[in-house]
Design a protein around this ligand. Sequence first.
Ligand SMILES: Nc1ncnc2c1ncn2[C@@H]1O[C@H](COP(=O)(O)OP(=O)(O)O)[C@@H](O)[C@H]1O
Ligand SMILES: [Mg+2]
Length: 252
Amino acid sequence: MLTEGLRAENLTVVYERVVALEDVSFSVSHGSMTAVVGPNGAGKSSLLKAAVGLVKPFRGRVTVLGDTVEKARGRIAYVPQREDVYWDYPLTVWDVVAMGRFKAVGYLKTVGKNDEKVLKALERTGLTSLMDRKISELSGGQQQRVFLARAIAQEAELYLLDEPLKGIDAESEDKLLILLHELKQEGKTIVMSTHDLSSTFELFENILLLRNRVVAFGPPEKVLTSENLSAAYGSDRVAMHFADVRRVAGWS
Ligand SMILES: Nc1ncnc2c1ncn2[C@@H]1O[C@H](COP(=O)(O)OP(=O)(O)O)[C@@H](O)[C@H]1O
Ligand SMILES: [Mg+2]
């Protein structure tokens, strides 16, 4: 039987008067890659935050690797949206990646400068030569990789990434997607949000199309239809743009 990576059952997230998510149910198997797609305000960030325990469900529940979020916390890595990070902290690349080791090494002990897991994570993300650089001095793509490196150093099993492709160049996007795909091949579960419709969806087993509720969930070619996209984005323009993507992917 396939192990479960992430499951939501009737997940409802409410802020004051805003219902960010309503009755969201889906499940992805461990070792798969899923994109959470939808317009601004669709609840993508809220879903990822609920999956790492940063927001509590108003109703329903989330389970991670068959466990509660609280119990699974150490196995979950969360890469926040870049807007949610305070970049002016005087931290270096190495400092941030080493945070991934705090749980294993202990907060009060220092992570050694030659910690192999940190060095390996830096190497895999191409950040070795930048390890002493301040995070505030990096490009968008590099900043994104720092947080991914922290997740790798943590040896997480579920990777939650909020809009990792936002504001990065095409080359960084390719590198990031290749790295995520490698992690998936190693048996990790990847769930990333994107408000962008690109042609990279073939990499994903599942697409969760959201507009505060689940518009559609399943394999990309089934989910990304004109009807579903119009329903999610409330506009035929997006659906038309995507017709081109479907043609390129050979889906229609
Ligand atoms: N901390 C918050 N307080 C109040 N409303 C919020 C908060 N965070 C998100 N929202 C609202 O919840 C809805 C979903 O937001 P979000 O999950 O950020 O969507 P997305 O990531 O898809 O843009 C939006 O209407 C947003 O304005
Ligand atoms: Mg968001």
